[in-house]
Design a protein around this ligand. Structure first.
Ligand SMILES: Nc1ncnc2c1ncn2[C@@H]1O[C@H](COP(=O)(O)OP(=O)(O)OP(=O)(O)O)[C@@H](O)[C@H]1O
Length: 215
């Protein structure tokens, strides 16, 4: 995948500018930096979920360039599950709604639940799960519909050490199969072929000389 000269401006602040990188199959990149530095914004801008001031990002394969959003799974701060539906019903919804991207290697609902340590919980309402179990189920969503790129925003927040290792393992298997991952994180993650990109935070822009004073 390719990001070229991405910049995002919000109100009178430049959140970041000139963000460019290339990731090949099997490579990962972590976004680091303090709260408010721009990591989530960078993920959302690359995916096209918010409009960048400049630049764009795309996924490239033998067939050409594709919008990054179509080729990606996005795991944000929220888990994107319905609390009234069971674990199995939630996963079935995401499998049917997203479908497999070309070259798909998705797994069954049972195997996905098993991979995140929730094998016995398929009939349990999502709302009954603990915070860590909910986060692990959000990860199972990535396994039931294939996407070559995973964009993950603080995926291991609220996870205990064993669960964090389990998630690292799932991401590493995705990378080993030629997938790509971008991860905003505050904690070190043991990922293969991993680079790091540090965000330093927004810069106040000079006042617009055409605005009346105080605006
Ligand atoms: N609508 C908005 N208008 C102005 N500024 C905004 C808006 N939305 C976000 N920001 C600012 O953009 C900056 C980047 O926020 P972002 O959520 O990307 O940070 P982050 O690095 O992911 O932080 P965290 O580690 O806390 O998740 C923050 O300083 C935030 O205040």
């Amino acid at each position: 995948m390719n990001a070229e000269n991405l910049s995002v401006r919000r109100a009178d602040r430049l959140i970041f500018s000139g963000l460019s990188f290339v990731l090949k199959q099997g490579e990962s990149l972590v976004f680091t930096g303090p709260n408010g530095a721009g990591k989530s914004t960078a993920i959302r801008a690359a995916l096209g979920l918010l409009r960048p001031e400049t630049g764009s990002a795309c996924f490239e394969d033998e067939a050409g360039r594709h919008p990054l959003g179509a080729a990606s799974h996005y795991l944000g701060h929220l888990n994107a599950m319905k609390r009234e539906l069971t674990v199995g019903e939630n996963l079935a919804f995401w499998r049917d709604f997203m479908g497999d991207y070309e070259g798909g290697d998705s797994v069954s609902l049972e195997d996905a639940a098993d991979a995140v340590g929730l094998a016995g919980a398929l009939d349990l309402p999502f709302g009954y799960l603990s915070a860590g179990q909910k986060r692990r189920l959000a990860f199972a969503r990535l396994l039931v519909a294939h996407r070559p790129v995973w964009m993950l925003d603080e995926p291991t927040a609220s996870l205990d050490v064993a669960s964090k290792v389990l998630i690292e393992d799932i991401v590493n298997r995705h990378l080993a199969k030629g997938g790509i991952a971008i991860i905003a994180t505050h904690e070190p993650l043991a990922l293969s072929n991993c680079g790091e990109l540090g965000f330093s935070g927004p810069v106040e822009l000079a006042a617009d000389p055409f605005l009346p004073e105080g605006v």
